[in-house]
Write a protein that binds this ligand. Structure first.
Ligand code: SF4
Length: 214
């Protein structure tokens, strides 16, 4: 039970309904509510002792720009990731730039655009990310459960994104654009460029799940 009097999410199994289909629906809805509850818990108990506390949207943006690849470090890609309007995403980015946590830098690949980068102060702030507690709780699962949990969440993410006609974000290792015929020199068929270790591990707005392209 939580010590801050916030009621813990009810974990009891829902009573068995009359038929199996309804049972599946009730359990799935409970799982969906649990996901929302976890998300609220991450920021609900936040102890941000910095002078400028960040909102959940600002935390999401800071994390996003720290993890996104060069195709994706733009306000418009962030708006897709955060499922919000470009105007709202722009305001969040602007606020973080004003706080010195993000900055605009020239895009070497395209002189007409700029990329958003996390500043050293932004990286320092990320060391106190409230999401770390949830990460630690997931880390405490046994490896097989953790792997299966992560796979299930990815699958749910793909299904929801397709339903909303939103892009799916993912990494090169699972992407249909990634050519790994030469293991030492992975190649992105979308960017028409090589991929280094950092790119392989970054989030990408042009990700296309490998299974959907077969
Ligand atoms: S291989 Fe896929 S995920 Fe990786 S950079 Fe290319 S499009 Fe993005």
């Amino acid at each position: 039970m939580s010590q801050n009097s916030q009621p813990a999410y009810p974990t009891q199994t829902p009573p068995p309904p009359a038929n199996g289909e309804a049972a599946t629906g009730a359990a799935s809805l409970q799982a969906a509510e649990l996901l929302l509850h976890l998300s609220r818990l991450v920021h609900g108990g936040q102890q941000d002792d910095k002078t400028q506390a960040l909102t959940p949207a600002q935390w999401t943006a800071l994390r996003y720009f720290a993890r996104a690849n060069r195709l994706s470090r733009t306000p418009s890609a962030f708006s897709e990731f955060h499922a919000t309007t470009r105007g709202t995403a722009s305001q969040v980015v602007k606020s973080l730039i004003a706080m010195g946590l993000l900055e605009r830098r020239a895009n070497q690949a395209d002189g007409r655009s700029a990329l958003i980068e996390v500043t050293p102060a932004g990286h320092e702030r990320l060391r106190h990310d409230p999401l770390a507690a949830l990460g630690a709780a997931i880390d405490a699962l046994d490896p097989q459960t953790r792997q299966s949990f992560t796979r299930s969440l990815s699958q749910i993410g793909v299904t929801l994104a397709r339903h909303r006609r939103a892009p799916v974000f993912g990494k090169c290792a699972d992407c249909g654009h990634c050519d790994r015929s030469q293991p030492d020199a992975p190649w992105c068929r979308c960017m028409q460029d090589g991929l280094d270790g950092r790119e392989m591990d970054a989030l990408c707005v042009d990700f296309s799940p490998a299974t959907s392209r077969s």
